[in-house]
Design a protein around this ligand. Structure first.
Ligand code: G3I
Length: 368
């Protein structure tokens, strides 16, 4: 069919914008949920992407700007510039702000100077002081804006299920995690405090899941002030050695057993970093997008069934901002399509799958 008038001049007609009442956050809110995305400070310069985030989301999380390696250029100096710019964007657009993370307990993703830092003659006390000071300083700064913090991220070693042997882990021992949560609670008593990790479904993830359960059980038994588990939700093999293209019945059963245990501890749940790694999926875009959407829908339907699930955040709203582009490339070298919007900011079947999952979700009490 021949195009006419303006459509012929402009090429393919742009799809009509999604009405505000149908944004992913609006659909989520109808069920007591919130929807958001990770955003890096450099994306603030991208007007189209920023506008898309403002339209679709109810909250953002700083992709890297709350991490030690950005906030702490040296042991005695903080730099809040990029984090504050994201905070200002959120405020300007009426978006909530999540905090990620007060401690990413992996030395390779921490402050560059930390592994060689001299903690002096009483290293344990000095390390505890530094950690408490960091948490108090950062959490207090955003006390009026951040309503939930990933207090600790990825402390469990997926290979062993034990806590990782990091700079702080070695100096403070198993008390490390409780120290972080108690300090965060003292600094921002009204914020929700979250342990965040990438344990996933699949038999090869069993040790990681068990390790996380052991950590959470210990925290609850000792009275550490934790409110929720952040399930990162990098599905499809996001950070795993093996790509996973489907959510089998056996995997769903095991995953439910894991989530049931978390719920049994009285914890709420968040999906904090959702995306679908398509590296094991077909090259053809229509088929690939359909498989991404189907896997997402299976996972989200199961998770949304839990009324303890309070927020869903994607780790990038559009493919062009996905960390997966630079991680474990596809064998055919094609760009990945892990996000709800493509590189040209066009909505994909994944967006529709997420909207459908929110529409089908049971209502829940919002996170106070
Ligand atoms: O800012 C520098 C830039 O100056 C330099 O030119 C460039 C060259 O490589 O690197 C830039 O820093 C990169 C930074 O992202 C900002 O883009 C780092 O190398 C890169 O390692 C960093 O990756 C981030 C990664 O965490 C490590 O912090 C990803 O963007 C971010 O998506 C990823 O997020 C993590 C979550 O925090 C925790 N869960 C897993 C998730 C994915 O790995």
């Amino acid at each position: 069919m021949a195009l006419s008038g303006a459509a012929a001049l402009c090429g393919a007609a742009a799809p009509p914008p999604i009405p505000a009442a149908e944004s992913l956050d609006a659909l989520a809110r109808k069920k007591g949920l919130r929807f958001g995305t990770a955003m890096p400070a450099h994306a603030l310069a991208d007007a189209g992407y920023s506008a898309l985030i403002a339209r679709e989301c109810g909250l953002i999380v700083a992709e890297n700007e709350h991490k030690w390696y950005v906030l702490r250029p040296s042991a005695d100096r903080f730099d809040f510039t990029p984090a504050d710019r994201l905070g200002a964007f959120a405020r300007e657009h009426g978006l909530g702000l999540r905090g990620h993370t007060l401690l990413w307990d992996r030395d390779e993703y921490g402050a560059k100077w930390l592994p060689a830092h001299d903690f002096g003659p009483r290293p344990r006390a000095a390390a505890e002081r530094m950690l408490r000071d960091h948490i108090r300083t950062v959490a207090s700064r955003y006390a009026n804006q951040v309503d939930s913090w990933d207090v600790v991220n990825e402390a469990v070693d997926p290979a062993t299920g034990e806590l990782r042997a990091t700079v702080f882990g070695k100096l403070l021992g198993p008390e490390l995690i409780d120290i972080c949560f108690h300090e965060a609670k003292a600094a921002v008593p009204g914020a929700k405090l979250v342990y965040n990790d990438y344990m996933n479904f699949g038999v090869e993830e069993a040790t990681h899941r068990q390790g996380v359960l052991k950590l959470l059980e210990g925290m609850k038994a000792r009275g550490a002030p934790i409110d929720a588990l952040g399930v990162q939700g990098h599905i499809g093999g996001g950070v795993d050695p093996t790509p996973v293209a489907r959510f089998s019945a056996a995997d769903q059963r095991d995953w439910r057993a894991f989530v049931d245990e978390v719920r049994g501890m009285g914890l709420d749940l968040l999906i904090t970093e959702f995306d679908v790694n398509d590296r094991a999926m077909p090259a053809e875009i229509a088929r690939r997008d359909a498989e991404v959407a189907a896997l997402a829908k299976d996972f989200l339907d199961l998770m949304l069934d839990y009324r303890e699930l309070k927020q869903v955040l994607v780790w990038g709203l559009a493919d062009r901002y996905s960390w997966l582009q630079g991680t474990a490339p596809r064998a055919d070298g094609l760009p990945k399509r892990p996000a709800p919007y493509d590189a040209d900011l066009k909505a994909k079947p994944l967006r529709e799958a997420m909207a459908a999952a929110f529409r089908a979700a049971p209502e829940r009490r919002t996170w106070a």
